[in-house]
Unconditional design. Structure first.
Length: 207
């Protein structure tokens, strides 16, 4: 019995130490936001977050990923990090380029914490080069295609499908006028319609 109780005591002590270590590590990570950010990696930030980015500039293209024409104030970003429609306040260190940008474009080379700012002048875009900027997320965009319907949405859609009113049936075809009326109308016009004999080879020629 002593051996069993001693083994059980060691297990309980080890469990308590492990729990205390986990709590201590968790509290340390919560306090140190930089360490937490490095553990999370590049994920979609929350609105109000202020993050370091790198920025480049581009000047070509006729249509953005959102379907609009490119113009000043538009930026391309990684859609996994900043969805299309996100609104950012970008500090570039140069007053000419500081301001609010809207993410309306994407690109295969725009990955991670990289922004591509649209500029009308290609000479200006080349001169901008690549630099480090500070990005404040004012609003995150939302892609409905990338969202799965929740439980409430599925319940409401199911109820609407059950309550859906069936399409009205097509109206019946208009009835044909009686044969006597057709004959009278033809006689009034001065001609009789050709009648095909059921035993004739050709219409209007009796055998």
């Amino acid at each position: 019995m002593r051996v069993i109780s001693g083994s059980l005591r060691r297990k309980v002590l080890a469990l308590v130490i492990a729990m205390m270590g986990f709590v201590f590590l968790y509290e340390t990570r919560i306090i140190d936001s930089t360490a937490l950010q490095s553990l999370m990696g590049d994920r979609t930030p929350d609105a109000g977050s202020r993050l370091p980015f790198h920025a480049t500039a581009y000047c070509k293209g006729h249509t953005t990923a959102a379907g609009t024409a490119p113009r000043t104030g538009i930026a391309a970003a990684d859609a996994q990090l900043l969805p299309v429609g996100s609104v950012l306040n970008v500090g570039t260190g140069d007053p000419r380029y500081n301001g609010v940008y809207t993410v309306m474009d994407t690109g295969p080379k725009v990955q991670g914490r990289l922004l591509d700012l649209y500029m009308w002048s290609c000479h200006e875009a080349l001169k901008f080069g690549r630099r480090q900027v500070q990005v404040t997320v004012l609003r995150l965009g939302w892609d409905p295609k990338a969202s799965s319907p929740g439980l409430i949405d599925r319940l409401f859609r199911g109820r609407e499908a059950r309550r859906r009113i069936p399409d009205p049936e097509a109206p019946p075809p208009a009835s044909l006028p009686p044969a006597d009326d057709v004959a009278e109308t033809a006689a009034a016009d001065g001609h009789l319609p050709d009648v095909a004999s059921p035993t004739s080879g050709e219409a209007g020629i009796p055998r």
